[in-house]
Ligand binder design. Structure first.
Ligand code: ADP
Ligand code: MG
Length: 702
């Protein structure tokens, strides 16, 4: 391969080409200086040489040294992309968008021209012009369905590979296969200085490039004692920094949207009480579900005489760079997906971070000058933390992973080369489960039903339930959507200590049929219809925050569900026109955007809701729901034994009805039930129960 003349000339050329467009030359020149000051700049030539002479490169470097923004530009400046498109994947939407914006500035252009981004439901790409595309790993994975050779790209960069998301793990495996077929394709794996060798070994490559970072010294402080309430501790720390430390913005890591909103509120209350002469404190928030335009506020420079505090999930841990951070507040917790085999469910749990995460977080304080990191846990706790997080693929319900793999066209999942292979016995169990739900057929091929299930952001069992319920009785969908949403949220009640009321008393107020699920749906619907929600919750010992949450989840699921219905009708039209498979797939992507756009306009949503009866209604038909849950959640059925215990039909496990279930007191005991959760303490209990009729029941015993 020929090498082109390097950097300086190409940079100059670019200025002259682009300066008359929409760029800002002053800013551009300033950014060019900054680029040359990045630690990565002196490695530029060495990097390019290695990448040029190898098909696969693994690049490790400290966060902030310039991997994500600089390397792709170097590749273009030196023509290594051969005038074709470079893909750079990110685990998160917000990272893909903000990085594209930053790089566009550095290249004196605007997003959607030479530099673009592509995230689900949103993209800024110019087919003929875009040479550098920042995209979520999910989007590239989807592209492999339509075009397994990824033919529009000449270089693919998997960034943040150390995060080990299921998507990026799968992509890396697929790229390894693809590298055999496409010798012209260059593959670059980039990661923080973690797991580098694992990736190189996986590719049987020795081409590892280490970049040293540039980090100013960071002073780390630990708590002397553990804190009972981490939000409280974080609040105090933020205020303390604001009043006692020098200028510089604060980045505080919190575990999720809820906590971020709580903290925002608490801080706002405190700010009200600030003395007049106090420095201003501006609050910004950053979490995945926040709309992009609001996320971007966190990236705006703080004004003179003002300090910014950013309340963020671990989005800010490695993927995005926020200028001006000098103080990091780290409670040492992260919310993560975890499969709990005892409960047969996958949950989002709050767990301690790993040592390597803690280090990344602290590193956020030392980008521009010396910084400070306040860890809200003891030094002792820190020493007990795990070195790394377990890869997501090993923490997930394997059924979810397999369904995802099948949906993107990976046929042989057992023979698939995983970077970290899930346990062997789980494969058989998970495939059987998916077959039971008719997501896979007898030959383990994905069915149409399975494809639709994979579209829903739910565990397969709930996705199955939703679709089966709709097929059984379309009128039931509103109640089923509510029931499934409630199953995704914990702690629906709040009964203060000393209150003379039990959970069961509260449930009885809303009882509907012989069913915990219906009772809770009834409660949710009454909450939705209540004029004064606050007092409704107070009177009924309901946790208002989590009711809100359930309604939010419901809204999301409703949108996804309506998407599926729209796709079904489009597919019917398409079958009539007999379009070729490839065209159909390509269509599907743009359709998805259309649908989303239509949904974004409230009118269409209303029309769809009315058409398909998905909106919350006052009437709840108990019988319809009972027959739907019997069919949809038959995997979670149990049968009464003579001694009053139940046997879970699928697994043959013996269990009791949980005392907090409405059905605990039923007489006579129902013969068949559907449960949602298995809780094992001293005894094994079934929770969230609905009585079903034998006639509705489909036998799924082994
Ligand atoms: P890496 O991928 O190695 O973590 P990046 O390429 O994301 O590093 O960032 C390199 C440097 O570029 C940062 O340290 C920062 O100085 C600068 N930078 C990147 N993005 C931005 C941004 N949005 N605003 C200001 N500076 C940025
Ligand atoms: Mg990066």
């Amino acid at each position: 391969e020929k090498s082109q003349s390097p950097n300086k000339n190409t940079l100059k050329q670019q200025v002259s080409v682009d300066k008359n467009k929409n760029g800002n030359l002053g800013l551009f020149n300033k950014l060019q200086k900054e680029r040359k000051n990045l630690p990565i700049f002196k490695h530029r030539q060495g990097l390019l040489d290695k990448i040029r002479s190898n098909q696969i490169s693994v690049i490790a470097g400290e966060t902030g040294c310039g991997k994500t923004t600089q390397i792709p530009q170097y590749l273009i400046e030196d023509g290594l992309n051969k005038n074709r498109m470079i893909a750079v994947t990110q685990p998160r939407r917000v990272a893909a968008i903000t990085i594209a914006q930053r790089v566009a500035q550095e290249m004196n252009t605007t997003v959607g021209n030479k530099v673009g981004y592509s995230v689900r439901f949103e993209e800024a790409v110019d087919k003929n012009n875009t040479k550098l595309l920042y995209m979520t790993d999910g989007m590239l994975l989807r592209e492999t369905i339509v075009d397994p050779s990824l033919s529009r790209f000449s270089i693919i960069v998997i960034d943040e590979a150390h995060e080990r998301t299921v998507n990026s793990d799968l992509l890396i495996s697929l790229l390894k296969q693809l590298s055999e077929r496409r010798k012209d394709l260059k593959i670059i794996i980039m990661s923080a200085t973690i797991e580098t060798e694992k990736f190189a070994n996986f590719f049987e490559s020795e081409n590892i490039i280490y970049l040293e970072g540039r980090c100013h010294p960071i002073e780390v402080f630990y708590s002397k004692k553990p804190h009972a309430d981490y939000l409280d501790a974080a609040l105090n720390t933020i205020l303390q920094i604001h009043f006692e430390e020098q200028d510089g913005d604060i980045l505080c890591f919190l575990v999720g949207q809820e906590d971020i909103e709580d903290m925002q509120q608490m801080l706002e209350e405190k700010i009200e009480l600030f003395p007049k002469e106090a420095k201003k404190l501006k609050i910004c928030t950053l979490y995945a579900a926040l709309p992009s335009h609001l996320q971007l506020l966190a990236f705006e420079k703080s004004l003179e005489g003002e300090r910014k505090v950013i309340l963020s999930t671990n989005i800010a841990e490695t993927s995005v760079t926020i200028d001006g951070i000098k103080y990091v507040v780290d409670p040492g917790l992260v919310k993560t997906r975890k499969y709990n085999p005892n409960k047969l469910i996958e949950m989002l749990l709050v767990v301690p971070v790993s040592k390597s995460s803690a280090m990344q977080r602290a590193g956020r304080a030392g980008r521009q000058s010396a910084g400070k990191c306040f860890r809200l846990y003891t030094k002792y706790t820190h020493d007990t933390l795990a070195e790394f997080m377990l890869p997501e693929i090993l923490r997930s319900n394997l059924s979810t992973v397999i369904l995802q793999m099948k949906a993107i066209g990976i046929k042989d999942v057992k023979g698939f080369q995983f970077i970290d292979r899930p346990h062997e016995d789980q494969f058989i169990e998970s495939i059987e489960n998916l077959q039971l739900m008719n997501a896979l057929d007898a030959n383990e091929n994905i069915t149409l039903h399975g494809k639709e299930m994979a579209e829903l952001p739910l565990e397969p069992i709930y996705a199955h339930f939703m679709l089966v319920a709709f097929a059984t009785n379309p009128n039931s969908i509103s109640v089923v959507l509510s029931a499934i949403s409630l199953m995704q949220v914990e702690n629906l009640f709040f009964i203060p200590k000393g209150a003379k009321i039990s959970l069961l008393d509260v449930l009885l107020r809303f009882q509907l049929g012989n069913s915990d699920q219906l009772t809770k749906v009834n409660m949710l619907h009454q909450y939705y219809l209540a004029k004064n929600k606050k007092s409704f919750c107070k009177e009924n010992f309901i946790n208002q925050k989590n009711m809100k949450k359930a309604l939010e989840v419901r809204q999301q699921l409703e949108n996804y569900f309506l998407d599926i219905l729209k796709k079904r009708s489009k597919k019917n039209q398409k079958q009539n026109t007999k379009a070729s498979q490839n065209q159909a797939n390509a269509l599907q992507q743009s359709e998805e955007q259309q649908i989303q756009e239509e949904l974004a306009k409230g009118n269409t949503l209303k029309k769809l809701q009315e058409e398909h009866k998905t909106a919350i209604q006052q009437e709840i038909n108990t019988e319809e729901f009972v027959s739907c849950i019997a069919k949809g959640l038959s995997v979670k059925a149990a049968k009464l034994n003579n001694d009053g215990t139940y046997t879970i039909i699928r697994s043959n496990i013996q269990a009791y009805i949980h005392p907090e279930s409405l059905l605990f007191y039923s007489k006579p005991k129902p013969e068949y039930i559907i449960f949602n959760e298995v809780v094992s303490t001293i005894k094994t209990y079934l929770r969230d129960i609905t009585e079903i009729q034998f006639s509705d029941f489909k036998d799924i015993s082994k």
